[in-house]
Design a protein around this ligand. Structure first.
Ligand code: AHM
Ligand code: MG
Length: 343
């Protein structure tokens, strides 16, 4: 009986959002509007990336800038994605402030009704863009804060502790397009069904494995690291060290796309890090739209996220919108090993 094989009662993202927001009696539907705009941006970026690969291959491998049929210089994918994101946030009517990795300053949307513009959104429209030309997974990372109407200096609405985030998510454009989302009550995973054009709930209440012997770090930076960091990574590789309960060396896995490396860490466990080094004195990854949202998601899935000094990422507070931080995140036991080591 073919009807038995098909689940006809699937949970789409809009259904999931409606059902979860209905629990909150005072909810005005603004977050629902925002998430609707976000998922549209993710679908649009996903499609654009998938189309671009073919277009670029046809256009003589000049993949970052190409000439289109009318002779215009086509924009880089990260710029197009930034525009897609910006337009989606602007048009949904509930966003007052947007911070994007692609924009030097924050963007303030002038809405008709200030009371409706309840959110500040920070995003990296395409994270891991150095991987784009090779067709490797990249993603969009987003953190969401609520606007405090009493704060006069608008920038202060995002120069806050990570604990103030009300939601965070990332979309990963890989073999499938995935979306991991948290409102601070666990993490739910969705997969884009291209035929339906909907994100489908595929991983409800996702938990990150407590332990796994995988480390994910750009080891090419070893000579620029603090020797303490190199020593820690050496201990992970040494099957006889106190770090290795199983007497097997750790495996190295590094894609170079934070979203893809963190996504794997979510599913398989292990640790991911981008520490400070001589070139990147405060690390490389940005607090507002890389470290914060990933730390929120990882903690909500039962993992941990700290900086080189063992401070919780969520407790940090940026001084500038593009501030960076070192980061260690992943399985609780793996991050605890790092914390014990640096103590
Ligand atoms: P991007 O936002 O310009 O793409 O840079 C961030 C990326 C992360 O996705 C990734 O973790 C890191 O940079 C990789 O850096 P490196 O090439 O130095 O290892
Ligand atoms: Mg980035």
């Amino acid at each position: 009986n073919s009807s038995e094989a098909i689940n006809t009662d699937i949970v789409t993202l809009p259904r999931f959002i409606l059902e979860s927001q209905q629990q909150f009696k005072q909810a005005r539907g603004n977050l629902t509007l925002l998430l609707n705009a976000l998922q549209f941006a993710f679908k649009f970026i996903s499609q654009t990336i998938r189309k671009a690969e073919l277009v670029n291959l046809i256009n003589l491998h000049n993949s970052s800038i190409t000439i289109n049929a009318t002779g215009d210089v086509q924009k880089k994918l990260d710029i197009i994605s930034d525009e897609i994101f910006l337009n989606a946030m602007k048009s949904c009517g509930v966003v007052k402030i947007l911070v994007s990795e692609e924009q030097e300053d924050l963007i303030v949307f002038q809405g008709n009704n200030i009371n409706d513009q309840t959110y500040a959104v920070c995003c990296d429209p395409i994270d891991g863009s150095s991987n784009l030309d090779a067709g490797v997974a990249v993603g969009t990372i987003v953190s969401i804060f609520k606007i405090d109407p009493n704060v006069k200096d608008l920038k202060q609405n995002v120069l806050r502790s990570g604990n103030d985030m009300v939601a965070a998510c990332y979309a990963m454009y890989g073999a499938s397009t995935h979306l991991f989302l948290t409102f601070g009550q666990g993490v739910d995973g969705f997969t884009l069904d291209n035929n339906l054009g909907e994100f489908i709930l595929t991983q409800p209440n996702l938990r990150i494995p407590q332990q796994r012997s995988i480390y994910s770090i750009n080891e090419g930076n070893t000579f620029n690291w603090d020797p303490k960091i190199s020593k820690f990574i050496d201990l992970l590789k040494n099957p006889q060290s106190e770090m290795n309960n199983n007497c097997v060396p750790y495996s190295a896995r590094y894609i170079g796309s934070m979203v893809a490396d963190v996504h794997r860490t979510f599913l398989y466990g292990g640790l991911f890090s981008y520490p400070c080094d001589k070139k990147n004195k405060n690390g490389k990854l940005r607090l507002l739209y890389e470290a914060f949202p990933m730390a929120f998601l990882v903690e909500q899935a039962g993992g941990k996220a700290v900086n080189d000094f063992g401070e919780r990422i969520m407790d940090l507070k940026p001084k500038h919108i593009h501030d960076k931080s070192s980061i260690w995140l992943g399985s609780t036991e793996e991050i605890n090993k790092f914390l014990t080591y640096i103590a």
